[in-house]
Design a protein around this ligand. Structure first.
Ligand SMILES: C[S@@+](CC[C@H](N)C(=O)[O-])C[C@H]1O[C@@H](n2cnc3c(N)ncnc32)[C@H](O)[C@@H]1O
Length: 219
């Protein structure tokens, strides 16, 4: 199964996936198992081209400290953890024992389990319990959309200068610009996007990758 963004046609999606580095067997099998065990939730998983982008970006950043908010069955975590420099560590935040049990299985298979630390409690609690020091080179926010502003406000102070924050689903299948779309997630993302562009601590670019990927570099 390939998750396709509404922003890209089916044919173009296939083209860009086949012209990006292919998922290895671990990622491919994780996508298949997620789709078969959790068919109603599988669409939450990032697509293969976004995963390849995140691995490359983590490598380019020379990241050793990484943070993920919203882990699900672990696909994006594998993509980030694989890009870490030697000795790097990824802290993952989620609330689902069931979904993250699949993640743990695939982290083992990928040989990454020893560099991933999973915190199973509401992400805001995990963040607030962390020291407010500049610890992370890269962060990925991909949990409940109504929590994004709160996560952002906890994450930015914990990023190192030059660190990169990625935020998923910031175009909401294009509904951010449709006035008739007033559901809670769309409204939350509009408010989040406005919050981020007004934040002078970061430089921001919103990319049409997947369902919209915001990329922000801390000054
Ligand atoms: C969109 S999915 C993450 C997808 C994942 N990044 C991937 O690519 O496979 C969102 C995840 O956020 C988690 N989540 C929802 N509310 C949360 C909260 N308050 N704290 C931590 N995690 C939460 C859900 O359990 C779910 O696994």
């Amino acid at each position: 199964m390939t998750r396709r963004s509404e922003l890209v046609s089916e044919g173009l999606q296939e083209y860009l996936v086949t012209h990006s580095v292919a998922p290895d067997p671990v990622l491919a099998e994780l996508a298949v198992e997620t789709a078969s065990r959790f068919p109603d939730a599988a669409g939450m998983q990032i697509g293969p081209e976004q995963g390849a982008f995140m691995t490359m970006l983590t490598q380019l950043a020379g990241a050793t400290g990484a943070l993920e908010i919203g882990t699900f069955t672990g696909y994006s975590a594998i993509c980030v953890a694989r890009g870490l420099a030697d000795g790097g560590r990824l802290t993952c935040c989620d609330v689902s024992e069931e979904w993250t049990s699949v993640a743990r299985k695939y982290w083992q298979r990928a040989g990454l389990a020893d560099r991933i630390d999973l915190k199973l409690r509401p992400a805001l609690e995990t963040l607030q319990a962390m020291p407010a020091t500049e610890s992370f080179d890269i962060a990925f926010i991909d949990a409940d959309k109504t929590g994004y502003v709160s996560y952002w406000d906890e994450v930015v102070p914990r990023m190192r200068p030059g660190g990169v924050i990625l935020v998923d689903n910031t175009l909401q299948d294009g509904r951010v610009i449709e006035p008739a779309s007033q559901d809670a997630n769309v409204q939350a993302i509009r408010a989040f996007n406005d919050h981020v562009i007004a934040d002078e601590r970061v430089v921001v670019v919103l990319l049409p990758i997947g369902d919209g990927l915001t990329m922000a570099r801390k000054k």
